[in-house]
Ligand binder design. Structure first.
Ligand code: T46
Length: 153
């Protein structure tokens, strides 16, 4: 098991993700009397081309998702509504990020193991990712992930 670093916030973001550290990203928000509009644009809020989007919703109470890593994929995760937590692990340390603000996203790069937990009822999570869906690009076995992650760091 890896060392667990404190929960992240704006002031102290632990550098988990040895190739490309995980971090919270402030998104561009346009607010006026009609409400708020939040933008994610490649080259601005994210440094990768967005090739796919998916969202997770109707998560049953207590359900957890994730338990995998990606070899190449980069992603930005946004709690569009509600909240959940993302636990990231690079084979040496882990950190827990609370996503509860649609104007901020969590960037997660390649070779990071992640778990999504503590979904509040009614939560909708949005994933903007750099690659088409390819199951062979996933790590689903933690020991295999750990072996490879530690070989490159
Ligand atoms: C991630 C978390 C949050 C597709 O056919 N196309 C897709 O683009 C995706 C993402 C999934 N699927 C299929 C594959 C499975 O039959 O949808 C089913 C559920 O996917 P999965 O078991 O991968 O679900 P999670 O929650 O483990 O992971 C997914 C994403 O795969 C992953 O990248 O970050 O959601």
């Amino acid at each position: 098991m890896t060392d667990v670093l404190p929960q992240s916030d704006n002031a102290t973001q632990p550098a988990v993700g040895r190739i490309s550290p995980c971090r919270m990203v402030d998104l561009t928000e346009h607010s006026d009397p009609r409400g708020k509009l939040t933008v994610v644009e490649p080259g601005k809020e994210v440094d990768f081309e967005i090739r796919r989007a998916y969202y997770i919703h109707h998560v049953p109470a207590g359900a957890e998702r994730g338990a995998h890593g990606h070899r190449r994929l980069r992603q930005l995760i946004v709690a569009v509504h509600g909240s959940f937590e993302v636990v990231v692990d690079d084979g040496y340390a882990s950190a827990r990020f609370v996503l509860d603000d649609p104007s901020r996203g969590l960037y997660v790069g390649p070779m990071v193991w992640r778990d999504m937990v503590a979904f509040a009822p009614g939560t909708v999570g949005l994933w903007l990712v750099s690659e088409p869906y390819d199951e062979s690009e996933y790590y689903r076995d933690y020991d295999e992930y750990l072996r490879d992650a530690r070989a490159i760091a």
